[in-house]
Design a protein around this ligand. Structure first.
Ligand SMILES: NC(=O)c1ccc[n+]([C@@H]2O[C@H](COP(=O)([O-])OP(=O)(O)OC[C@H]3O[C@@H](n4cnc5c(N)ncnc54)[C@H](O)[C@@H]3O)[C@@H](O)[C@H]2O)c1
Ligand SMILES: O=C(O)C[C@H](O)C(=O)O
Length: 342
């Protein structure tokens, strides 16, 4: 064989090999779940445990973590699983973590708003954020605990006080709103739900949840009354589950699915995968609300690029205007909780 050809094909192979390595080589991603024994925490931990993206899975709660961890650790997947019970074990639970997902706190019962959970959940999130500041200050933090519109500002204020705040690293997990929008639109239009993608912007409570159906892929259109009914169903979907569960809690399984999707996107971004996009509620200067959910391009340090609102229909613009005062109120309530109580 021609030596030149042999050399060039060999070097092409090396280049391809290095390329393959650089695109497939993975960092060990260590993920913690705080609230791991709960209705969301357990199925979320199961989904995380079965993914090769997660190499260490640290489960923290104030009850039952030894059992949950022992159970999951018998699954033959790579993630090394540990359980940590009670605040005295937060250091072990969080040290060295790259990603922390927080579903700790009480869920709604019928007749309650998410804001009715503030009195209990605000201090739970505050204390967990303090622990993150101490033991894993560089972690990407995804907050599921409600009311998300306030708990994200609470955690942010705590991190600011601790001197570890990096606005790129803290997210309110709103993925369930996207998952629901995809499911409901696929159902209405008889599409494959795996192929539908609807951005959801704003926040995570009632009128602050804004599905941007005009930007759905594939493109879909509805009569005005059908569009309004669909938007309302997405905004009230959490309440639909709370009512159906009749006092035994709120969405857990769909939330675990959505939380795992969000956590995997963070893991992929940490591993250098490009074009990882998720909607999330983050510190934002896109609107007059200091926190606002939009599609975000994720990178290894969290938010790499806020993709903004895109082109909104006039109906969606009105929804944004209606959401802003409510978001501002919830954000101030969260910030005051940290700053006025100390
Ligand atoms: N962001 C969303 O889209 C979304 C969706 C569904 C539920 N939620 C919220 O998620 C939260 C959890 O819901 P759930 O159904 O899993 O509730 P759950 O009561 O089943 O579980 C909560 C868990 O948190 C634990 N916990 C309580 N205090 C803690 C602390 N200080 N540190 C660590 N763990 C603690 C409890 O022991 C329990 O295991 C609720 O606030 C709910 O409203 C958010
Ligand atoms: O509705 C709730 O209280 C839980 C959650 O925020 C949801 O949207 O399902």
């Amino acid at each position: 064989m021609n030596v030149f050809l042999l050399r060039s094909s060999a070097s092409a192979e090396v280049v391809n090999h290095v390329r393959r390595l650089s695109t497939t080589s993975t960092k060990n991603v260590k993920v913690a779940v705080c609230g791991a024994s709960g209705g969301i925490g357990q199925p979320l931990a199961l989904l995380l445990k079965q993914s090769p993206l997660v190499t260490k899975l640290s489960l923290y709660d104030i009850v039952h973590t030894p059992g949950v961890a022992a159970d999951l650790s018998h699954i033959d997947s790579p993630a090394v699983t540990s359980g940590h019970n009670g605040p005295e074990n937060l250091k072990d639970a969080l040290s060295g973590m790259d990603v922390v997902i927080i579903p700790a706190g009480v869920p709604r019962k019928p007749g309650m708003t998410r804001d009715d959970l503030f009195n209990t959940n605000a201090s739970i999130v505050r204390d967990l954020a303090e622990a993150c500041a101490k033991y894993c200050p560089k972690a990407l933090i995804g907050i599921i605990s409600n009311p998300v519109n306030s708990t994200v500002p609470i955690a942010s204020e705590v991190l600011k006080k601790a001197g570890t705040y990096d606005k790129r690293r803290i997210f309110g997990v709103t993925t369930l709103d996207v998952v629901r929008s995809n499911a409901f639109i696929a159902e209405a239009k008889k599409l494959d739900p795996r192929k539908v993608n609807v951005p959801v912007i704003g926040g995570h409570a009632g009128i602050t949840i804004i599905p941007v159906i005009s930007q759905a892929t594939p493109s879909v259109s509805f009569e005005k009354n059908q569009l309004e009914a669909l938007t309302l169903r997405i905004q009230d979907a959490g309440t639909e589950v709370v009512k159906a569960k009749a006092g035994s809690g709120s969405a857990t399984l769909s939330m675990a699915y959505a939380g795992a999707r969000f956590a995997f996107s963070l893991c992929k971004a940490i591993n250098g995968e490009s074009n990882v996009v998720e909607c999330a509620y983050i510190a934002s200067d896109i609107t007059e609300s200091p926190y606002f959910a939009t599609p975000i391009k994720l990178g290894k340090d969290g938010v790499a690029d806020n993709l903004g609102l895109g082109k909104l229909s006039s109906y969606e613009q009105d929804l944004v205007q209606a959401a802003i005062p409510e978001l501002q109120k919830s954000i101030k309530k969260g910030e005051d909780f940290v700053n006025k109580s100390s």
